[in-house]
Design a binder for this molecule. Structure first.
Ligand code: TUI
Length: 315
């Protein structure tokens, strides 16, 4: 059985996190993943601070296993959520799209485990110095807001640079990807895209069907020109967005206005004018199934390929 320091640190059975996907990761999905032995995460981005508090309460009612909250640091209410999760006694916090240093002392004093998402060695080292318990190192294969480096070179460089456990994210959609991450020195994996089609996932059926219909070349990165690259599925909308941002006659404000609310439209309405954020591994996602089946397929699959590859290649 695959175990690591992350399992002991967080009290989870399997070293697998569900990504804190904006608008998507609610109590239903997080509790299902935690009940399956992984770490479920609730997003704090879509709604008011009080609505996130409600999701936390719902999650407590649905599971007695550990779960966490992901804070997108660029969200206007990030500071408020940072405080609220302390009041609610949340045990684990992950952060994205910035540096959480200003909240670290408050969280650590509350006995929380703090696990920032980073996209570079420099930020990983800064987070370790600031007192992070672990880091999620996320490669640009991920869906949503991404950094520059990709998972294969990022993970071993972060592993070499810090002593705290490293959880790999970006491009991991099955047991083979997870096994590769463990080979690179990761002590856990974070998976987002595959959980988009989980039965417990609130994403619109159209969103799920788009992910199921994806191939290896179905994603596109927009927003590079304005310093906020985002990976999503290729649709008429994302292609128009890409065209618009490269048009010198269109102002950055106009591009921003075009994109506003697009993730919500995709998740809640399955709207053609939505942004269907998903990672490069969308092409690996084959079927809708319970979150428990996804957790077990990835963990047991990783164990199986590690055994098979060792047996085959090291005769
Ligand atoms: O945060 C993510 N992924 C996200 S957030 C998100 S919400 C959104 N909604 C609409 C438009 C755009 C985004 C969707 N996906 N992943 C974690 C992550 N963090 N990846 C990369 C980073 C990162 C990038 C820069 C972390 C820190 C950083 O700089 C830190 C600094 O200030 O030095």
């Amino acid at each position: 059985m695959i175990k690591s320091r992350i399992c002991d640190m967080l009290g989870i059975e399997y070293p697998i996190f569900q990504g804190g996907m904006a608008w998507v990761a609610d109590a239903s999905l997080a509790a299902a993943v935690s009940n399956a032995g992984g770490l479920g995460l609730i997003t704090s981005i879509n709604t008011s601070t009080e609505a996130v508090r409600e999701e936390i309460k719902k999650c407590k009612a649905l599971t007695d296993k550990p779960f966490g909250v992901n804070i997108m640091l660029q969200a206007p209410n990030a500071g408020e959520v940072a405080q609220m999760i302390v009041e609610e006694g949340v045990k684990v916090v992950t952060t994205g799209a910035g540096s959480p240093v200003r909240y670290m002392e408050m969280w650590r004093n509350a006995g929380m485990k703090v696990i920032p998402v980073v996209g570079s060695v420099a930020l990983a080292v800064k987070m370790e110095r600031a007192g992070a318990d672990a880091v999620v190192a996320e490669g640009a294969e991920s869906g949503g807001h991404i950094g520059e480096l990709h998972t294969l070179p990022l993970i071993p460089q972060v592993v070499d640079a810090v002593k705290i456990p490293v959880i790999a994210a970006g491009g991991i959609g099955d047991g083979r990807g997870a096994a590769a991450a463990f080979m690179l020195g990761a002590e856990g994996v974070q998976v987002g895209t595959r959980f988009l089609v989980a039965e417990e996932c609130r994403a619109h059926e159209e969103y799920k069907n788009k992910v199921l219909g994806a191939t290896d070349s179905s994603t596109i990165v927009t927003g590079k020109r304005h310093g906020h690259p985002v990976r999503s599925l290729k649709t008429l909308f994302s292609r128009s967005f890409a065209q618009m941002e490269n048009d010198p006659n269109v102002t950055p404000e106009e591009v921003l206005a075009f994109g506003a609310g697009s993730l919500r439209r995709a998740v809640e309405e399955g709207d053609e004018n939505g942004s269907y954020m998903a990672g490069e591994c969308a092409g690996l996602v084959r079927r809708k199934e319970p979150a428990k089946a996804i957790v077990e397929d990835i963990i047991l699959g990783a164990e199986r390929v590690m055994r098979e590859v060792v047996a085959k290649r090291l005769e």
